[in-house]
Design a protein around this ligand. Structure first.
Ligand SMILES: [Zn+2]
Ligand SMILES: [Zn+2]
Length: 296
């Protein structure tokens, strides 16, 4: 029987896994609310133009784009979390044990090529890419499409938010590059605690900063994963410099996004069946890296 201490630790660990999801959700909704405020209340800055008909159309188009991106982010994230990439409930087929198959001592089963055990999810994952700490779940064969689409819309949304927040930076830096303006941009909370600026100015500076940092981070993730998708590689295979399952540019994209790859990223509800089963893969190159056996 588990001791009280280990039960408390286990519960704490499970709770901590949700913290990045909650923080991300709060940030995404806060950024959307701030950008909506900038569009509806602050723009355009000329009061005469604000009352014009073109201004109403302009605002409507902007709000539609924002909520289209927000809808795609939340829907893709929800489907990503609800689509289990693990081997649970999947018939792996005993006759398939052969090249690329391994035995997982934790799950006590033979696992197919590209499948590996995740010690955070405590299960083997089909075509495992990596364990995403921001979602608290593995990225694998069945949920890769939602992961990529979510990244794409987060990138587009953050780019849009950075452009819209350029005005905030201009207002802050209007007085010139002084210690006050630099401190407000770099450490807004210290400026608030020390009573140097209002809570409103800090909130705008914080969100503007978050947009820039988030955009740089998401750009790196997105371009890395698009490159991996085009190369037909997982992150694990990239680490060990192997590309044994690459089928060519177009077929690699189809392997990740499905038959309707050219359209499915527009909306997570568009069906796009994956061509493979996540168990059998065509081998087109050496399974082991040139320098020796691949790391587990
Ligand atoms: Zn396992
Ligand atoms: Zn995992």
């Amino acid at each position: 029987m588990a001791s009280f201490g280990s039960r408390v630790w286990s519960r704490l660990e499970k709770t901590c896994r949700y913290i990045p999801i909650v923080v991300n959700t709060v940030l995404v909704f806060s950024i959307t609310a701030e950008v909506s405020y900038l569009v509806v209340v602050e723009a355009p800055r000329d009061p005469v133009q604000q009352k014009g008909e073109s201004s109403a159309v302009w605002k409507s188009v902007h709000l539609f784009c924002q909520y289209f991106m927000l809808g795609n982010i939340t829907w893709n994230a929800t489907l990503f979390l609800r689509t289990s990439p693990s081997i649970r409930g999947v018939f792996l087929g005993g006759e398939g044990v052969g090249q690329g198959w391994r035995y997982c001592y934790t799950c006590e089963t033979h696992t197919p090529p590209r499948c590996s055990h995740c010690y955070d999810c405590n299960v083997c994952v089909l075509r495992r890419d990596h364990h995403c700490v921001f979602f608290g779940q593995c990225v694998g064969f069945r949920n890769y499409r939602y992961f990529l689409s979510c990244l794409l819309f987060m990138w587009a949304g953050l780019l849009y938010a950075v452009v819209m927040n350029a005005e905030v930076f201009i207002v802050i830096l209007k007085e010139g590059v002084t210690l006050h303006s630099v401190m407000l941009l770099l450490v807004p909370w210290i400026m608030l605690v020390s009573g140097q600026v209002s809570a409103r100015a800090v909130a705008f500076a914080f969100i503007a900063d978050t947009c820039v940092v988030g955009f740089l981070l998401v750009s790196a993730f997105l371009f890395f994963h698009v490159a991996l998708m085009l190369r037909g590689q997982t992150t694990r295979e990239w680490y060990s410099s192997r590309r044994p399952y690459s089928l060519g540019l177009l077929a690699n994209v189809r392997e990740c996004l499905g038959q309707h790859w050219y359209l499915c990223w527009l909306c997570p509800l568009l069906p796009s069946p994956l061509p493979g089963d996540g168990i059998h893969f065509l081998i087109t190159g050496p399974l082991e890296p040139a320098g020796g056996p691949a790391r587990r």
